[in-house]
Design a protein around this ligand. Sequence first.
Ligand code: SF4
Length: 374
Amino acid sequence: MMKNSSINYFVPKRTFGNTGVKISKLCLGGGSFTGTASQALLDEALKYGIDCWEIVSFISGNVYYEYFNKHPEIRDNVFLTGKVYSADPIVMQEQLDKALKENGTTFLDFLAIHPVDNIMVLTNDVRKWVEKVKKEKKIRFFGFCTHKNMDNCLSGAAELGWIDGIQTVYNYRLQSIKSMEDALQKCHEKGIGIFAVKSMGLTVQKKDKLHRFPLNEEKLNTKFAVHGMSFEQAKLKAIWQNPNLTSTCSLMPDIMILQANASAAMDEHPLNVEIQELLTEYSDSTGHYFCRRCGICDTANTDKIPIFNLMEMLMYSRGYGAKVKELIAKRFKQIPIDIREKITDSDYSGAEKICPQKMPIVQLMREAYKEFSK
Ligand code: SF4
């Protein structure tokens, strides 16, 4: 927990793009509801003024339905975000109606297509459908989630003129990438609200191996404790230093994590130089195990191995642990068998050459195959 020097009693709010709506700069991530105490978690979020709540259809269950049923007056006081998993208006309509029903609400404040790695999917048909559901008051604002090729998606969306908000991967590691910072600035100037996700900047490396680095999480926590914060809190504060961001979605599966994150959000003092330097040092020393999600490696492998996808699976399985095992196994099996069989022996030399993070792709692909094909 941070020192009791915070000047706020509630998590501060930021304006969501050009909408004029103010939302808490900390958003309760939809993946937080893995335990049984989800209703208490929502009570606690409101206590801290965390009024931005995310729905993740396959995890959130009926958590919001129960809450709004019990506290109908709360619905209008929170900013509820949800997703559809297609850019086909017929499917989008079905998925939106399902989300409204399952979550006990007649509207979503923000609806996003997930995932978008090329803005070409945001067609005129999508725009017309968005206008329709806005008119029907089923959604207030619209946008997309981007987890790959984020800088180009953000820049491109800024030119479209009908995107209200974007949920993008963003964390302290990506703050050194100029194209990403420029794209966020461009979105901000065009009045697009931004949610940051994957705020912890997890790597694809195993935790025990990361621990062997001269500067590791344990050492960082000891150093940051002197300044009254944890490594996780420092990472969140680094994101909020960017004024182009509206809110950071965070996984807060228990009340202690929620309180720690809220505490970091309430203390708006900038990070001091020593903390910023330590974040940079850690980011640099572990950077070859951090996939920045540019996706260019996929273009440099003749066997069509989905390198980026496998990197993401490694990040989830090594960073999130047993709770994602089933999801990863399912995703791995979706790779066609003839491609799967080539993962171990494929030629990754071209991909390694162009990877901006200089990741050891050969080694990581072999490890991914070994771990996921069990
Ligand atoms: S080129 Fe490197 S950083 Fe980019 S997606 Fe591939 S593995 Fe990740």
